[in-house]
Write a protein that binds this ligand. Structure first.
Ligand SMILES: Nc1ncnc2c1ncn2[C@@H]1O[C@H](COP(=O)(O)OP(=O)(O)O)[C@@H](O)[C@H]1O
Ligand SMILES: [Mg+2]
Length: 262
């Protein structure tokens, strides 16, 4: 259960994101129709959670703490979930709108891929209360890479988040990083609910969610962020999934010319 200080922090963060988002949307509203369609859907997606927050806040405002504890908690939880959702949603929309802006070119730096992956696993495990044990497996001649860490981070975090969200607690998740002489291959494997064959292509479009997905919250933007990042890096994505057995997403990205070889 989150404390009221946690909730206040989330609300402050949300306010900051909404201001940033409004600026981004205003800048892009002038652009083409695909973008305005995206903006239209994004604006629409804001309404339901905002209404939830308003209704629950109104209720709490009216009855105060005089209502029974269970009802009180129920409304606080509703507000917390809606605020968390909106924070995640604003962050995802901002990420996509940044991709759409002109500066979405590759910005490579030198780093160690094994260290980088381990840090991301640690980061995500902390935020998800260590609900899953995520194993990391590296193979290749060198861990030293020259690539765009920011885009790779979007790919890895969104894939890991999905594996965590769509598989039962404590089931294993594996992240593989393989460096060949020409490519970096990143794979995330889980033993979760799987993806329906007919859903596979559609899920990379913004706001699309799986039809076997009725009990989880989500923005439907994670895989489109992965797809856009992979496209910018000239890579490919392959999804292998079996219903109620598990999913493996394999991303293959060409190395950049001056990747350090050891
Ligand atoms: N590892 C996975 N296992 C099962 N389903 C998945 C997995 N990854 C993605 N999906 C399906 O793809 C959909 C789209 O994913 P995403 O774009 O990240 O949106 P979100 O997770 O917010 O719903 C999800 O709603 C889910 O149905
Ligand atoms: Mg997701």
């Amino acid at each position: 259960m989150q404390t009221s200080a946690d909730l206040q922090k989330k609300i402050d963060e949300l306010e900051r994101l909404i201001i940033e988002l409004q600026d981004a949307l205003q800048r892009e509203q002038k652009d083409n129709s695909l973008k305005s369609q995206f903006i239209g859907t994004a604006a629409h997606e804001f309404r339901t959670p905002l209404t939830t927050i308003l209704n629950s806040a109104d209720f709490l405002g009216m009855v105060g703490r005089s209502c029974d504890e269970e009802k009180y908690r129920e409304h606080i939880t509703k507000i917390q979930r809606a605020v968390n959702y909106l924070a995640e949603f604003s962050e995802d929309v901002l990420t996509i709108s940044k991709f759409e802006s002109s500066n979405s070119f590759v910005k490579p730096v030198r780093f160690l891929i094994d260290e980088f992956c381990q840090n991301l696993i640690e980061e995500i495990s902390d935020t998800q209360d260590k609900s899953h044990r995520i194993a990391f497996v590296f193979s290749g001649a060198t861990t030293a890479l020259y690539h765009d860490k920011h885009l790779l981070q979007h790919i890895i975090l969104n894939l890991l988040e999905n594996s965590i969200k769509y598989s039962l607690q404590k089931t294993p998740i594996e992240l593989y990083a393989t460096v060949t002489s020409t490519h970096l291959e990143l794979s995330v494997k889980d033993q979760g609910r799987g993806i329906l064959e007919e859903d596979k292509q559609r899920l990379f479009e913004p706001f699309e969610r799986g039809s076997n997905n009725y009990d989880t919250m989500g923005t439907g933007l994670g895989l489109s962020i992965v797809k856009k990042s992979v496209d910018i890096l000239n890579g490919t994505i392959n999804v292998k999934s079996e219903l109620n057995v598990g999913t493996m997403v394999i991303v293959t990205i060409p190395l950049l010319q001056n990747t350090a070889r050891q």
